[in-house]
Design a protein around this ligand. Structure first.
Ligand SMILES: [Zn+2]
Length: 86
């Protein structure tokens, strides 16, 4: 049996930490549909991996910055491989 547990240590992301997500939301102020691609032009600065942090989503239509909580995570999955004996 393989057991995976948190080590209790924290990993800091890069200065420009890109992640493969496209975020889409409706601006609460002007109701415009907005989107932000974090895999390309947008990024998070030094996120602590696995911990929530405050940031904003910016609406270019009305210049509103919506406060949000975000978490950048890494998933580790390890599977046992079974092979038949020769
Ligand atoms: Zn707006």
């Amino acid at each position: 049996m393989i057991k995976i547990s948190p080590s209790g240590k924290f990993i800091e992301g890069d200065k420009r930490q890109h992640v493969p997500v496209l975020v889409e939301w409706t601006c609460p102020k002007c109701k415009a549909r907005c989107q932000r691609d974090y895999s390309d032009q947008h990024y998070f600065s030094y996120p602590t991996i696995g911990c929530a942090f405050e940031t904003t989503l910016y609406c270019a239509e009305c210049d509103y910055e919506m406060p949000v909580l975000a978490t950048v995570g890494i998933i580790c999955l390890i599977y046992e491989v079974t092979r038949e004996a020769e």
